[in-house]
Each structure stands twice: as structure tokens, then as C-alpha cells.
Design a protein around this ligand. Structure first.
Ligand SMILES: [Zn+2]
Length: 356
């Protein structure tokens, strides 16, 4: 009996030792294969070349042909579904062609002021959102359903609309692939790129001042849009900055696609936005399992290297706010007013002070 037990224990011990010995090199090998295009500090010209190489590789992995010629051959064939005058701005719901065989719905707001052309922002919702989510109920009244969970967006689309921006929003929260042979992330990104195309077709829009902003999956898609579409002049990515290792646990895995981890981490994708202005927002109340501030700080240190190498260290900020998984609205407005409205925030403060 004793002997028998000893044999079992020895066997178990041998099995455990074996698995430790076998698993250790395997794990190292996996890590070694990951992130082969990771950014490391280099001269300015080489940084630009790195960005071009990574962008090309990511377009290849996304199986996207993003040639402007290819896109311009797809007419919008825009159809206005509804329109309402909200006094300061007009809101329209429009249907446009995203691909040659698929149409999408977008919400567009255009200010009624005569200060034209004006900057524009692509507003992006997260999981469970729709095209109305970034707006207040009063903005979208009669336009479509708004969910109670949408309060996390703080109606940032409405505030932008009220303060002189053109805004556009579409739905990217789907988890099914629409067209055969495409990737989910690619279809989401493509629809957002088409939103930028559509903004460029609006006469009121200054196409050198187009920004994008989103929260959660919307923050992830803002990262992708800012990184892959160089027409984006300023990006706010809220509730998303973290690492891919972290996103492997406790999260919907829709961020991942074949070949991605072998090439880059999120810090590298954010680095493609440099030197264009980027604000990442992470809330102090995010728990360790979510978009945790200490992890965001670590990832941001990596992103800063690229901005420093491109001589614009001041163009990237981590806005750590007191909330949880929500938009920091004052931070977002300040950032867009600074970068897309010629430091308008400064003028506002100056006017206030001189009136005292
Ligand atoms: Zn998902």
C-alpha cells in the first residue's frame, strides 16, 4: 500500500516536472514570435518608414485594399431618411454605400452657423451601441432608439454638434461579418473610413480638420481609424488603452485576428497616429480586470517614444480622469477645441478673464 502510494507520488511528481520542463520553452517560443514589428527608438526618417511598413502589413492582415482610387469608385448614392432642425444644428439620418454591395446608415449633424468650413468628428460607440449612442436623447428624438446604457458617452456627439463641429456616427458594434471573405475588424474600420470619405463630400467640412473619438470598442476603433487613415487630424481614444496580453482575459475577443499579435501590440498601433494629436482617456475607477490606469500608463510610455522621435512629444496625452468606463467630456472638448479649432479654448478663457 505504502509502496503503491509512493509510486503514484513519484509518477505525479515526474509528470509535473515534465510539464514544467516542457511548457517553459514552449511559452518562451510563443513570446519570441510575438510583436516582431515592435517600435523601438530610431531616427525620424526611419520612424516614418516603420509607420508605412506597419500600416501596409496591417492592411494586408485585415485583407483590406484601401486604395483611395478603389473607394472613390464607389458612389455614395446617399438617401436622406430623416432631417430635423435643432436650432444650432441640423441632424440628418442618411443611408450611403459603404461597399459596392452594402449600404450603411449614418447620423450627420451640421451646424447652422455661417463660420464655414468647420472641423468634423467621427463619433464611435462601443459594444451594444448603435449610431445614435454618442448623442443626447434630445438630439436623436424621432431619429431612432437610444439605450439607457448610452449615458457612458455623455452625449459627446451632441456637445460637439452644439459647439460648431460637423459630426458623423455609424454602427460598428456588430459581431457578424457582412460580406464573404472579409474580417470583422476590417468591416468596422472600412465603414469608419467611409464616414471620413462622406465627411469630405460635405461642403461645410474643412477636410484638414477631421477628428475621431470613441469609448471602449469605440476607443479601439478610434485607435484603428487614427492609425490607418492619415486624414484623421486628431484622435480621442477613451476606455481602451491597454496591452494585448491583458485583452486576452475578461474581454470579448473581437479585437483579435490572425497574424495581429505576431506583429504588434496596441502601443504600436497607437504609434501610427504620431505625430498627429492623440488623447487617450482612462478612468481611475476602472478595475484591474478592465482598462486599468497602471496598464494604460505603461502602454503610454511606449507610445511616447514614437512621438518623441517625431519631435512632437506634446501631441500625445494620457487623460487620467476620476470616472470609470466613461467619456471624460471636458477633456474631449478641450482636446478638439485645441487641435481642431485653433486653440479656441484659450480664446474663451482669455475673453472671460478680460471681461472681469
Ligand atoms: Zn466584441
Amino acid at each position: 500500500m505504502v509502496n503503491h502510494r509512493r509510486i503514484i507520488m513519484v509518477t505525479v511528481f515526474a509528470f509535473l516536472s515534465n510539464s514544467v520542463l516542457l511548457s517553459a520553452p514552449k511559452q518562451d517560443h510563443t513570446i519570441a514570435r510575438q510583436r516582431s514589428m515592435r517600435y523601438t527608438s530610431r531616427p525620424k526618417a526611419d520612424t516614418k518608414a516603420w509607420q508605412e511598413d506597419v500600416r501596409a502589413k496591417l492592411y494586408q492582415l485585415l485583407k483590406m485594399d484601401n486604395s483611395p482610387q478603389g473607394r472613390s469608385s464607389i458612389p455614395f448614392s446617399a438617401k436622406e431618411i430623416s432631417r430635423a432642425d435643432r436650432g444650432i444644428y441640423n441632424i440628418m439620418e442618411v443611408e450611403i454605400n459603404s461597399t459596392s454591395s452594402r449600404r450603411i446608415r449614418v447620423v450627420v449633424t451640421i451646424p447652422n452657423s455661417k463660420d464655414k468650413p468647420v472641423p468634423a468628428v467621427v463619433c464611435i460607440g462601443g459594444h451594444g451601441s448603435n449610431l445614435y449612442s454618442p448623442y443626447d436623447p434630445k438630439t436623436i428624438a424621432g431619429q431612432g432608439p437610444r439605450k439607457t446604457s448610452d449615458s457612458i458617452y455623455k452625449g459627446f456627439g451632441t456637445v460637439l454638434a452644439e459647439t460648431g463641429y460637423v459630426t458623423i456616427s455609424t454602427t460598428v458594434s456588430q459581431h457578424k461579418v457582412y460580406e464573404k471573405g472579409r474580417l470583422l475588424m476590417a468591416e468596422r474600420l472600412w465603414d469608419l473610413i467611409r464616414c471620413v470619405d462622406y465627411l469630405q463630400s460635405i461642403p461645410e467640412v474643412d477636410d484638414r480638420r477631421i477628428g475621431c473619438a470613441g469609448l471602449s470598442l469605440g476607443g479601439e476603433m478610434a485607435m484603428w481609424l487614427g492609425a490607418m487613415d492619415e486624414r484623421i487630424a486628431a484622435t480621442v481614444s477613451a476606455g481602451f488603452l491597454t496591452t494585448m496580453d491583458h485583452m486576452e482575459q475578461n474581454h470579448c475577443m473581437c479585437w483579435k485576428f490572425e497574424g495581429l499579435r505576431e506583429q504588434v501590440d496596441f502601443a504600436d498601433i497607437y504609434s501610427l497616429i504620431a505625430p498627429r494629436p492623440l488623447q487617450c482617456q482612462n478612468g481611475m475607477l476602472e478595475p484591474a480586470s478592465q482598462f486599468y490606469v497602471p496598464l494604460a500608463r505603461r502602454a503610454m510610455e511606449e507610445v511616447r517614444v514614437t512621438y518623441k522621435d517625431l519631435d512632437r512629444p506634446e501631441n500625445v496625452v494620457l487623460d487620467v480622469h476620476e470616472g470609470g468606463h466613461v467619456i471624460d467630456l471636458p477633456g474631449l472638448i478641450y482636446f478638439f477645441d485645441k487641435h481642431l479649432y485653433e486653440n479656441r479654448w484659450k480664446q474663451k478663457i482669455y475673453d472671460k478673464r478680460t471681461k472681469r
